[in-house]
Design a protein around this ligand. Structure first.
Ligand code: ASN
Length: 305
């Protein structure tokens, strides 16, 4: 308990929360100017993101129905953009991912975190990446200009990158650095950069002619690691079914989503999501994600409060 009280009363928490508040204000202002509207979070649904890695089951039984706690709102983002009158949407989305215990050692994983999840209609991966770069530069600029005192107390200087950000292919980095490529390249870089082409969930689009995945990660420099993952989306029912089979994703769990896909109602979209806590960790220069959360839930650790 002593440790918890020490954490809750840490002197640098106010500066960290100020930076977090500035991040969210800059986000909302930017989206308002872009006419991108905000959705409220969905936390319970018959289906959620299958994720490309294994986590413990986060479902519950309610009145005879099995409901999933949201891992990400990717499929709900896609469904909301069936509408023709929306140009794009965003959500400050609570995500619950019951990661296996040893993941907690990364210093960048939480069982419960907030993802700024964005999806743009009729957008290509290039459109989304350019949009995200503008958003990032806006947020970083706002934090630098409004929180100089907090940044100084934290001993932190945030670079404002210029567009376009550097771009790598994951295959090239794997060859160069091996298994730990993301961390290795993140240590070397000084500004956020993109890494393209990752084998992931069924909803990230594949280019049938090259077999490449039309998806991307935005990665922070200085060893802070992954910021965002996103992609252009699959919209064709047959392709979605094939990719579900390849990934052993049970189509029965996604019945209503698939019914809509089968009717050809999914729009071409591209999007991505970044974790609020990871961005605040990078801006604050903290080694451990627990240091930027008032109530951290770290994989493998007992939740005490
Ligand atoms: N938000 C991600 C995306 O838009 C999905 C995820 O969080 N797994 O692709």
């Amino acid at each position: 308990m002593k440790h918890t009280i020490r954490h809750l009363t840490r002197p640098d928490m106010k500066d960290i929360l100020r930076i977090q508040t500035a991040v969210l204000k800059a986000l909302h202002d930017f989206m308002w100017d872009e006419s991108i509207v905000q959705l409220m979070p969905v936390m319970l649904s018959p289906f959620t993101d299958p994720l490309a890695h294994n986590v413990y089951d986060g479902s519950l039984e309610y009145e005879g129905q099995r409901l999933q706690l949201t891992k990400s709102m990717i499929l709900h983002k896609q469904l909301s953009l069936m509408r023709d009158d929306l140009k794009g949407i965003y959500i400050v989305s609570p995500n619950i991912r019951l990661e296996i215990g040893k993941t907690g050692l990364s210093g960048m994983h939480l069982l419960e975190f907030s993802q700024v999840d964005i999806e743009l209609k009729q957008a290509s991966y290039k459109d989304f990446m350019a949009f995200m770069e503008r958003l990032y530069v806006h947020i970083a600029g706002f934090v630098v200009s409004t929180c100089p005192d907090s940044l100084e107390r934290l001993g932190r200087t945030i670079p404002i990158p210029s567009s376009p950000f550097k771009l790598y292919e994951s295959t090239e980095l794997k060859e160069r650095f091996g298994k730990d490529w993301e961390h290795e390249i993140s240590i070397k870089e000084k500004q956020p950069f993109w890494v393209m082409d990752h084998f992931r969930e069924f909803y990230d689009k594949e280019d049938p002619s090259t077999g490449k995945h039309i998806n991307y990660d935005l990665v922070y420099p200085e060893g802070f690691g992954e910021a965002l993952s996103g992609a252009e989306r699959e919209t064709e029912y047959d392709v979605i079914i094939r990719k579900m089979k390849e990934r052993k994703t049970d189509a029965a769990d996604y019945a209503s989503y698939l019914e809509i896909a089968k009717k050809g109602l999914l729009s071409p979209t591209a999007g991505g999501g970044f974790g609020v806590e990871r961005l605040v960790r990078y801006f604050s220069g903290k080694k451990e994600i627990r240091e930027v959360c008032m109530f951290p839930r770290i994989p493998g650790e007992k939740v005490v409060i």
